[in-house]
Ligand binder design. Sequence first.
Ligand SMILES: [Zn+2]
Length: 311
Amino acid sequence: MHVYYADHFVLPLPQGHRFPMAKYGLLRQRLDGLPGVSLAEALPATDGELALAHTPAYIAAVRNGTLSAAAQREIGFPWSPAMAERARRSVGATVQACRIAMAGDGLAANIAGGTHHAYADKGSGFCVFNDSAVAARLMQAEHARRQRPAGVLRVAIIDLDVHQGNGTASIFARDESVFTLSLHGARNFPFRKEPSDLDVELPDGCADAEYLEALEQALNELERRFDPGLIIYLAGADPHEGDRLGRLKISYDGLEARDRRVMDWAWQRRVPLAFSMAGGYGTDIETTLTVQTNTYRVALDYHARWQRSRT
Ligand SMILES: [Zn+2]
């Protein structure tokens, strides 16, 4: 299974910064030892690719380092050339994962990404560019070139990070070819949410049974309303009970069952799926890494099914 990374483009953060940047490198080390994982460096997304989901003025401000102090505060990272490069690579990783999943691999991943708080014209909440949005639009463009005059590629973005996918919802608000589903904590960031095609709000302290039932109902509704040709899955680790920002009480088993349900849903319909890690802020970083490694184990299982079905 192809997995794309950009963690070696190190974004310099002030001492004591609350974002756990080290988790990406640690996750890559873990995956390096997993049989069936093929790691590759992500290519940077170009300005033209970013412009499929972002305004030229915002892309230029990130490229040239002219983001205002307020804009940098809203993102949560100080601007640096490395910050801009890393943001581009993280988009590129999701693009490459989508492309190879659609080319017949069935599943592929970005070791980072899931930067769903980024809007067309601004970043927010540790998100500079919206990798899912750029990748969805780019896959639609590539599909249109290949398949013309066949219909538009329909993309479902299944966002199970504990925080609402407000940027993604905003970018696709008037786009019926992309279905945005967000299952998130009602009382968590962002406090002003944007309407997705389907929002499911969870109470503080929500545990496995309620969470998995909410997911089941959401997938049923997705089934009734949309027929995707590609799924982009944000497998956030932050609903875990050991997360310091999540406010939910989902266990390791609960999150593994969640990942399996989403990947099984895609497999049953033979819809290619690309996934990204999105958030994870374990009080102990080990808990986040365990959740994420479990996601990869489940994905490898489904990836193997795809490969068997090709022969
Ligand atoms: Zn999150």
